[in-house]
Ligand binder design. Structure first.
Ligand code: HQG
Length: 182
């Protein structure tokens, strides 16, 4: 595959495995896993043909490690970012670093200052360990703004953080008091 073909397949897999498995009549289990053969066949039926070799190439070369293959290679899931109601992934609860970062767009700031960070259509708020990654995430929606999350204070108040298969940090919400603007 060339880079463009890899990107196209990665976007298709993100759509199906995070948001709309029913679009190819695929079922995911509660932890987001799909049967690899069923995925390939379902995609082929909807005009998105690819083979196991291409799938493995995308999983292995993906810049954000968006997809995880099971140890036996028979199942695949999106590491994070789900919105599908078929899924309620049991991510690994873990103590976070003292600070985490969230990149957003300046036009969302007033709302975030009022409500804190909320998951939107996804199942969690997504946080990054490094400011650069967070800023790149924020850039997708406009003028990027970097927010710092005081995870220690949140943990002291009982919040639980999770880390996805690909290292992205997840939390249910971040109240405004724990946010500061860089
Ligand atoms: C904003 C990418 C108004 C939030 C990235 C964000 C990530 C609020 C947007 C993953 C708000 C939601 C997720 C509030 C939050 N009022 N706006 N109270 N609270 N927001 O795409 O974090 O490339 O669902 O700041 O790397 O941007 O897809 O979340 O701007 O890991 O693999 O609402 O997507 O990964 O947007 O990105 P999203 P996100 P992939």
């Amino acid at each position: 595959l060339n880079q463009k073909q890899r990107d196209t397949l990665s976007k298709f897999l993100s759509y199906v495995l995070r948001h709309a498995p029913e679009s190819i009549e695929l079922s995911l289990d509660r932890d987001g896993w799909a049967d690899v053969d069923a995925l390939i066949h379902g995609a082929g039926r909807q005009g998105h043909a690819f083979d196991l070799h291409a799938l493995r190439e995308v999983v292995e070369t993906n810049d954000k490690r968006r997809f995880t293959l099971s140890d036996d290679g028979r199942r695949i899931r999106a590491a994070q970012g789900h919105s599908s109601s078929q899924v309620e992934v049991r991510h690994v609860a873990k103590a976070p670093p003292a600070l985490l970062y969230h990149g957003t767009a300046s036009r969302f700031l007033a709302s975030i200052e009022a409500q804190g960070l909320i998951p939107g259509s996804r199942h969690h708020v997504h946080l990054s360990e490094d400011p650069q990654t967070a800023l790149a995430v924020g850039k997708r929606y406009g003028q990027p703004v970097l927010l710092t999350v005081d995870t220690q204070a949140m943990c002291a108040a009982g919040a639980v953080f999770y880390q996805a298969d690909n290292g992205v940090w997840l939390v249910d919400q971040v109240p405004p008091v724990y946010l500061s603007r860089q």
